[in-house]
Design a protein around this ligand. Structure first.
Ligand SMILES: [Fe+2]
Length: 289
């Protein structure tokens, strides 16, 4: 396995490994260690079908069941795509594209679920001629650099999250769909320490709409200030996908956002999320009762 840095604060590119051959006994411990340490892993030259993609995900933990998918994929596999079930491409003003626009807000996945995610693992299947990159930031690096006065405002606090909140920022219609309304609000500690490395990261997303015990206006201003601090240009790594990439990121220590692409062209990324377990520090992010 050969690793090289993607950004001076986080992220590594890994070559010379065949993910379809990795097992708990052979190769996974090095990958898991790199994941905990670097937060973002980009593997090149892979060939994972859905089954191999899911098998690799299961090495990290339980795969999150996401929404209803086109028949050719299981419920564990989410296609981040503008291709409709009937094979047509969804254009600029369509509902699927509105959901993609909400993905273009800085976030970490699944903070609105009762089971927060550990990882998202993406393998591109169809790429557009341009655009469609994913931008990442390290909320661990940003937290480490943050002025103490700002850290003090959020340390020990609990953030409230809702999927409908981030969708509402794009359009009411994007917030009203069944799968958006399915979940109630969640609450997670604003700082998630990694039990393997001891390093803390800010756990924040566009889904965050409030802070327990703080007036809403003040909370929203603080959330905006924290996200703005974390997403300064010097924290950003932009990943332009190549077929054969497998990109895995630590949801506990990063934020990401999608970039637009020419929506008249199909762009499909196979995406799975792995749910965080106790060994990933779940009890450390769960608010005290
Ligand atoms: Fe996402």
């Amino acid at each position: 396995m050969h690793m090289s840095a993607l950004h001076d604060r986080f992220g590594v590119e890994i070559r010379d490994v065949d993910l379809s051959a990795v097992t708990p006994q052979d190769g996974f411990s090095e990958i898991r260690e790199a994941f905990d340490r670097h937060s973002l892993l980009v593997f090149r030259d892979q060939q994972l079908d859905d089954e191999a993609h899911l098998a690799f995900g299961r090495l990290f933990g339980t795969i999150e069941i996401r929404r209803k998918q086109p028949e050719k994929h299981t419920a564990e596999m989410s296609m981040v795509s503008n291709l409709r079930d009937d094979g047509s491409v969804a254009g600029e003003e369509s509902r699927p594209v509105m959901q993609h626009k909400a993905n273009q807000l800085w976030h970490t996945d699944s903070t609105f679920l009762p089971w927060p995610a550990l990882a998202n693992i993406i393998a591109p299947q169809v790429l557009s001629s341009s655009g469609g990159e994913t931008e990442f930031v390290s909320t661990r690096a940003a937290w480490a650099d943050m002025p103490e006065a700002l850290r003090e405002k959020i340390r020990g606090r609990v953030l409230r999250h809702s999927y409908a909140h981030s969708r509402k920022k794009i359009a009411e219609v994007a917030a009203s769909e069944d799968f958006v309304q399915r979940w109630g609000d969640t609450a997670w500690n604003a700082v998630w320490p990694n039990p393997a490395t001891g390093e803390e990261a800010l756990y924040i997303a566009s889904h965050a709409f409030g802070i327990v015990g703080m007036p809403d206006d003040e909370a929203q201003d603080l959330i905006d200030e924290l996200i703005a601090f974390c997403t300064q240009p010097h924290y950003v790594y932009i990943h332009a996908y190549t077929l054969g990439d497998v990109v895995a990121w630590d949801e506990r220590a990063t934020m990401h956002r999608g970039r637009p692409w020419p929506y008249e062209e199909e762009r499909s990324l196979a995406s799975i999320c792995v749910t965080a377990g106790e060994a990933d520090g779940l009890e450390l992010v769960r608010p005290a009762a």
